[in-house]
Design a protein around this ligand. Sequence first.
Ligand SMILES: [Zn+2]
Length: 388
Amino acid sequence: MSEPTTPFEDALPADNPDWTPLAQEDVYLGELAAWSPLIAHDLDVARSFGDRPINLLRVGNPAATLGESRRAIYISGCIHGNEPAGREALFTWLREVVAQDADFLRTHHIIAVPTINPDGRANDTRGNDDSNRDLNRVWVQLDQPEIFYSCELLRDLRPLMAIDLHEFVGGGEDVAKIRGADIPDADEALRGLAEDVSGQLIDHLNSLGINADWWPSNTNPRHARNAWGLKHALPILVETNRSEGYDRRVRYEAQLECLRFLWGWYKDHWRDAQAATGNARRAKVHEGLTRDRAFAMVEGDEVFPPGRSYTISAADAVTHGARLAAHGINTAAVDDASGDVQARCDQAAQPMLPYVVDADSAYNILSATRNSDLQDDIRPHRLGRLGQ
Ligand SMILES: [Zn+2]
């Protein structure tokens, strides 16, 4: 089969071609999967609030179990439906990668959801069909199906790097803006690495003549990049300028250069990402055990001590169990007849846990009882795993 192209690409080199319509997405993804044995597409892996299908692409060795190798990057496009340049670039870039890096892809996966917000893409709106709900503000609550699904995917995949493709309005002469995670509860070394990669990408874009700068800081856990940092993936936010005067081709090409650079970085440095994400998980388990740090719960409102475990009522455990599980929060039955469950803080989901269950969190799903002890035997052998 010949190399497939999108309707957008077919219209190039025009400066302002129409985006590939949502209705054409599954057609093109199907062609991609037929074209390369390294590409599999799962149509309709989840449904949006407005009951539109969400498509997922798996790029890599089809014989390898997804998530088993822990060598994967995750790319999400169009969480804001009216910011489609990254989605369009993703369509092109996936072909390039398969053509150039078949060997590398024998042991690594790319998991891409080009349009995580199909309602918004269909309507050209920021949010989904639930009264234009902003899907990049629900990463703690998970009360929208698109992000509930994304969260389960991230839990199972444990990507080393996670890339969030957006666009913005304003920003003067900047074509692109880049940022890692800012939230203090995410592992510091992981945040540092994300900042380092972001800085390199900004320099690279400027060297190509694409004006680029930092996206403003924000420590809110409801945003994807911060939530992903709390989940120990190396998060990178890519934004391009969709203001009037910035043609679609310019935005698409800037996004394409970002994907090319980040993939190149990943190929050279995936071991660094693997070490950083693994260390972050272990460090947060340890931190949950020792509790020597305040939580910046929301926008600087600190809660200390944040608790070393939480007791969740039996009723809440039943009602909200699926969302706790989607966050990867482990619970165990309390040793009495109540049916209550306990979530200890010495688990990998620790940085997200208080945001989800603490009564003082602005975005909690439920209000659990904060305990100052682990309510279980402390297992000192866990300390020995640090730094391995
Ligand atoms: Zn956005």
